[in-house]
Design a protein around this ligand. Structure first.
Ligand code: IVH
Length: 545
């Protein structure tokens, strides 16, 4: 083997190893910087030797050119749905039915978390990932291979030895977006003045349908797998062994799955996770119970919709009823007006909720909401609660007139006219000197992803703008000790620190600065692309459309 080939192979092996440490085991061994160095070296060598790029190279995950559309794919075995149960007695009924079908033979269960995402099938040939397919209608799905390849927890090559005489291995699981990733994504959307996403689940399915896999790669989706087929048949005596094989092959299986000897243990698992679900960084909407023995699974079979050997136990959504007291309209960095519901405090999944997002004017119209209404708020995982519906029936018990909410026609902060552009759902303040815009621009500029000016938080920005000390981003760098020492909670030490932080921020990379300017549609990623291309702020400023 030539030296280059050898080095490429070693680099790939190292990166795969560290991918697993990082993405699957959550126990990285090297710094992000060192990892990036390995990746950069691999990318460079592959660019120099395009003929040596292999399909399982980690570089193949970053996404490629957009495609025209997805091709259909016939599932070799239909991807079924599950029957739902909502109570202990319904679960016991299911166990009874299984007992009858088993006719005296013993069986046990596997209890798994029901991940609230999008089901997916990954097909391997000779250990290499060949296809990625959505469920579709269960019979025919969409070929979304390029998108599936961007998911770091789905190996491009299986680590296990390929079983003799098997042509194809199919792995099924649930693609999802972690709550923490979802929150970051929405922060980024907001910073760029773009519409935020409603919840991780819809974002996941929307993302998997994107034709541009580079965007998919940036969304950092994840996947838990829970099913295994060798040439369309179950390879092991038990489901548990399949899960173990998947784990050993380098796929991510959920660590909370449990083998249960009887229905009592199953119920215990269900009740435990109904409470513990809020501990997780991903959303679950219930528990899936499966008969462990594959011979019985095959014998019990399925209806046209769902297997008889498995069932979902669905959790009630985390909802609570409360009253809407008022709607406060906030103004963001781009001038976007966001209505926020002010609620009577109510306990929801362990935390007191008194505010909820109402997204925009259209959403309020859809809900039919009036001030004073009884409303239902819902919370999923760590996500900001939202108003999901109005309890119209309870209007009769409310005394006095309910007031219709009107989106203000002037900015609640600076009184300038607000405008709504064609095709947009948001109203925006039209003033270029709106203090709310300035304050939020300063916060973005100072944020960790931008100039990282520690100590320049909400309260300080508030005072700097109100006192007229800062009228644009550049003014930050004209601040003097005497200007800030008199401000609230600003002692000598913190004033010196702030000035030092401001000085230090001048050494940030150019891309951080460009990102911090908050140019519409220029997030962290586009800022990097622009800087790589233009090289200097002057060149960028001179660029033509
Ligand atoms: S088993 C034939 N296991 O729930 C068995 N499904 O409502 C079918 N899901 O379409 C699936 N977590 O997308 C199974 N641990 C899990 C699951 C799971 C989430 C999804 C899956 C399925 C849907 C049915």
């Amino acid at each position: 083997m030539t030296d280059i080939r050898k080095e490429l192979e070693e680099l790939r092996e190292q990166i795969c190893y560290h991918d697993e440490r990082y993405y699957i085991l959550s126990a990285p061994e090297i710094s992000d910087y060192d990892y990036d160095q390995l990746m950069a070296r691999l990318l460079r060598l592959e660019a120099e030797h395009p003929d040596l790029v292999t399909p399982d190279s980690p570089t193949q995950r970053v996404g490629g050119r957009p495609i025209e559309g997805f091709k259909p794919y016939n599932h070799r075995r239909p991807m079924l749905s599950l029957d739902n149960t909502y109570s202990e007695s319904e679960l016991r009924d299911w166990d009874e039915r299984c007992r009858k079908m088993a006719a005296g033979r013993n069986y046990s269960f596997v209890a798994e978390l029901k991940i609230d995402g999008l089901s997916i099938s990954a097909i391997y040939e000779e250990t290499y990932l060949k296809y990625g397919v959505t469920r579709g209608d269960g019979v025919v799905g969409d070929l979304v291979t390029e998108n599936v390849k961007t998911i770091r927890t789905i190996p491009l090559k299986l680590r296990t030895v390929w079983p003799r005489e098997v042509n194809e291995i199919e792995v099924r699981g649930e693609v999802f977006m972690a709550n923490s990733v979802f929150e970051k994504l929405n922060e980024e959307q907001q910073e760029q003045g773009l519409q935020t996403f409603a919840n991780p689940r819809n974002t996941t399915s929307g993302t998997m349908k994107l034709l541009d896999s580079r965007v998919v790669a940036s969304r950092r989706l994840d996947c838990f797998v829970y099913d295994l087929l060798f040439d369309a048949t179950k390879p092991f005596d038990t489901h548990w062994e399949s899960i173990e094989w998947l784990r050993q092959s380098g796929l991510k299986v959920n660590e909370h799955s449990r083998r249960c000897a009887d229905i009592e243990e199953v119920l215990k698992f269900c009740n435990e996770w109904a409470v513990r679900r809020s501990e997780l960084d991903y959303e679950i909407d219930g528990v899936v119970l499966k008969i462990d023995q594959t011979s019985l699974q095959e014998e019990f079979g399925a209806t046209s919709k769902a297997p008889r050997w498995a069932v979902a136990f669905k959790f009630p959504p985390m909802q609570a009823a409360t009253r809407l007291r008022s709607v406060v309209v906030q103004v963001g960095r781009t001038g976007a007006l966001t209505p926020v519901a002010q609620l009577d405090p109510v306990l929801l999944a362990g935390t007191t909720v008194s505010r909820a997002s109402l997204h925009n004017e259209d959403e309020i119209g859809r809900l039919g909401l009036k001030i004073g209404d009884w409303v239902v708020v819902e919370k999923c995982g760590e996500i900001i609660p939202k108003v999901v519906k109005v309890l119209f029936d309870r209007r009769q018990e409310i005394e006095g007139e309910l007031e219709e909410f009107q989106m203000p026609r002037t900015c609640p902060v600076c009184s300038a006219i607000v405008v709504r552009n064609d095709g947009e759902v948001v109203w925006r303040c039209s003033s270029s000197s709106c203090p709310a815009k300035l304050k939020n621009s300063l916060l973005l500029f100072a944020s960790r992803r931008a100039m990282k000016i520690e100590g320049l938080g909400k309260e300080l920005v508030e005072q700097l703008v109100e006192k007229g000390l800062v009228k644009d981003l550049a003014d930050l760098y004209y601040l003097k000790f005497d200007d800030i020492i008199g401000l609230e909670r600003m002692a000598k030490k913190s004033a010196t620190n702030l000035l030092e932080q401001l000085q230090q921020s001048k050494t940030r990379e150019l891309e951080k600065f460009v990102y911090g300017l908050g140019i519409p549609h220029v997030g962290a990623r586009n800022a990097k692309i622009l800087v790589n291309h233009f090289g200097s702020i002057d060149k960028l400023a001179e660029a033509s459309e």
